[in-house]
Design a protein around this ligand. Structure first.
Ligand code: ZN
Length: 297
């Protein structure tokens, strides 16, 4: 966890990529490929992966790519590199698909549609600008309408043995995708930064992780959040969806009014994007007592 957390990627922005129609075809080709070459390893099999694959696409409603070549259906000139999954990753692929289904099914379909999530890819050896990453994403904006689209890339080798970490990364990186949709140009959300305590400044540097939710100072739940508004928001978003983090979140929320204000602000952002992610939704997701705690002044 300590070594992995800093590898959650920040922004990778792409403009004007046109490949949308290839996604379904790629998905089918990739499915065929992995069914052909994946064999039973460490308890996972080609059959169990293909079942999970179909379940993931059916449950979440977004094409899943398991690329069989080191190329995604987006431009390859970017500084994003990876290797296709092989038979050695059968077990971790199965784990990631299972956790992806569990975690992304917490989002209403209307939410992934609202931010135009078009595909999710699982790979290994993911690097962004030569640094290993647990995840990254591609976001593009139409030059004529500014309509946004894109997809997520997750590395199945990173943190495969720590399910809480994998769940966290799934949500954390997805919120960067959401945030990019919200900002469409990288403008900082001043209303958010104004929530921070007086004199607070994000460090701007990739902080080493000291563990999840170490609450290094008032207003931020992790040391990783200290880097920027973007990481702060992504970690707070993840904390709202990973149930194993709730006991620690409850402690922080109970003690820190700034975190409570940020959570309420986050809830408003999400409801504006998708009205079904509303008070009722969070009462159910967080449970009545944790939800009530977030609403305290
Ligand atoms: Zn991040």
């Amino acid at each position: 966890m300590r070594d992995l957390a800093p590898s959650i990627s920040s922004f990778v922005k792409v403009s004007s990529i046109r490949w949308r129609n290839t996604v379904t075809i790629s998905s089918q080709l990739a499915l065929l490929s992995i069914v052909l070459h994946a064999v039973s390893v460490a308890g996972a099999s080609a059959e169990s992966i293909s079942i999970l694959w179909r379940e993931a696409e059916k449950t979440i409603g977004v094409p899943v790519l398991l690329p069989s070549t080191p190329v995604l259906p987006v431009s390859s000139h970017l500084s994003v590199r990876f290797r296709p999954l092989g038979r050695g990753e059968s077990a971790s692929t199965e784990t990631h698909l299972r956790l992806y289904i569990e975690e992304f099914s917490k989002y209403p379909r209307s939410f992934t549609r609202a931010v135009n999530l078009e595909w999710v890819a699982f790979v290994k050896g993911l690097e962004v600008s030569d640094y290993p990453r647990a995840a990254t994403y591609f976001r593009f904006f139409s030059t004529s309408t500014m309509a946004s689209g894109g997809g997520m890339v997750y590395d199945v080798q990173q943190g495969a043995s720590n399910e809480t970490y994998v769940r966290w990364v799934l949500h954390h990186e997805f919120f960067h995708f959401v945030d990019d949709h919200l900002n469409r140009g990288g403008a900082e959300d001043r209303a958010w930064t104004a929530l921070n305590p007086k004199g607070f400044h994000y460090t701007g540097v990739e902080a080493p992780s000291t563990g999840f939710m170490d609450h290094p100072r008032s207003g931020v739940i992790t040391t990783y959040s200290m880097k920027s508004m973007w990481e702060d928001r992504a970690d707070l978003f993840a904390a709202l969806f990973v149930e194993t983090a709730y006991p620690r979140l409850r402690q922080i929320v109970g003690a820190d009014p700034t975190v409570r204000r940020k959570i309420r602000y986050m809830m408003r952002i999400l409801e504006q994007l998708d009205p079904t992610i509303n008070e009722r939704y969070f009462r159910e997701q967080l449970g009545e007592s944790l939800y009530s705690l977030t609403q305290g002044q």
